[in-house]
Design a protein around this ligand. Sequence first.
Ligand code: DAH
Length: 366
Amino acid sequence: MTDITSQTEAALAAIAAAGSLDALEAERLETLGKKGWVSLALKTLGGMSPEERTAAAPAIQSARAAIAEALDAKKAALEAAALEEQLARETIDLTLPAVAAPKGSVHPVSQVMDELAEIFADLGFAVATGPEIEDDWHNFTALNMDETHPARAMHDTFYFPDKTNEGRDVLLRTHTSPVQIRAMLDQGAPIRIIAPGRVYRSDSDATHTPMFHQVEGLVIDRDIHLGHLKWTLETFFKAFFEREDITLRLRPSYFPFTEPSVEVDVGYSTEGGRRVVGGHGDAPGHAWMELGGSGMVNARVLEFAGLDSKEWQGFAFGLGIDRIAMLKYGMNDLRAFFDGDPRWLQHYGFSPFDQPTLSAGVGARA
Ligand code: DAH
């Protein structure tokens, strides 16, 4: 009896003094382990007479309970201390860039949209948005394309089976131009916005995907003329392509929502199989590439959007974002943009730490 009491006291003292999980485990083996003295003492109960057993059992069982409880408590304390120590040792600086294993990258389309917003913000343009699921009034009618207008057929529109409450057809917007209408109705004039976003047409080959990206631009004010349009586009493209020798050609064209309408071409040369923007398109080794449409906003569009066309004029433009991204960053197949292939993204994607800013240069270092 005294034997067990003193052995238990010694064991409890050893457990309290254990400085490590290993030392604690050694103490557990010595007491509660298969060959530990508590286990062996419990075994002797089997060979005792009932009276002896009744006398001996409580002391052994309470020794086992006390030791088991002490072992558990000490184990928890040692583990908590080990965790504290590990946390103190492994300080991680979350402000450091993840140089070791950069995984995600910014898609070129997102990168170019950020660049556009940055450049146009500097010219005083706000970013406007509109729904991708549009109705045919905003997408066509208010842009001076009535039901019978042939341009409606040219847009290969995806229609929904539903109609709006006003009985309008519902569709996936075929261009970002309906945002012009929404912005004018919401904000009135004067106005200076760009509207980048997704647009949809039932069309697919190496240079067309059913979903692609455009950026719309709209400036409405008093006394706006084509010169403002040309200056704005030139200033934008110089900043975007980060070179001064950008030459634009405005070619007469037709869009129902502008009058006059022009198509915007930019001069480029081919260096090492790659198209490089810059120089006059008619110069030797150069050619013109179409970047988008633009013009002076048609008076009928202003009236549809609730503005007095005697008081207000403006210009608008629409550019293909994917196209100018391909041109700036040297990609040649549009379809790869939307394949979601991680190798392509690794190659053409941009670091999320590389925010385009005018002061640091809007062009990302790949
Ligand atoms: N919305 C036209 C398209 O998708 C592009 C366009 C042309 C937009 C002329 C404009 C513009 O704002 O003025 O084909």
